[in-house]
Design a protein. Structure first.
Length: 136
């Protein structure tokens, strides 16, 4: 096997081993975490009148979460060595919106905001997401 093919094969295997396989237990934990984050964001917004700036220290400090939740697929920001779920906010015709997500084992974000329909569109992929907008 040529050297470049061997390097590619090793890189592919390393990437596959780095991401946990999406078992039912792991997917259940991700879904539970996303619901907890959705609830925590709601509590924060009710207390502060705005969406939180992050899914880590702000939610813990405000008492909305007991601890920073770890995304097994490392989609978001790192806080003290813990990589949380992905998070972004935007503005729609309904007001401020947020999306909390896990990119899944493929590591690619597979959704986008559709301003014409004012919703989040899934484009295939293996993401798990939670949002205060309609998701299709």
């Amino acid at each position: 096997m040529p050297r470049s093919s061997t390097a590619f094969l090793l890189a592919t295997l390393a990437a596959a081993c780095a991401s946990p396989s999406p078992t039912p237990v792991l997917l259940g934990q991700i879904e539970e975490d996303l619901r907890a984050l959705d609830n925590a964001i709601g509590k924060y917004q009710q207390a502060r009148g705005t969406l939180p700036p992050d899914l880590g220290p702000s939610l813990v400090r405000e008492g909305c979460l007991e601890r920073v939740l770890v995304d097994p697929y490392e989609s978001g920001t790192e806080y003290d060595g813990i990589r949380t779920y992905g998070y972004f906010v935007g503005h729609s015709s309904q007001g401020d919106y947020y999306v909390v997500y896990s990119r899944g084992p493929d590591g690619q974000r597979s959704f986008e905001y559709d301003p014409e329909e004012d919703r989040i569109d899934l484009r295939g992929g293996d993401d798990e997401i939670q949002s205060n907008l309609l998701v299709r």
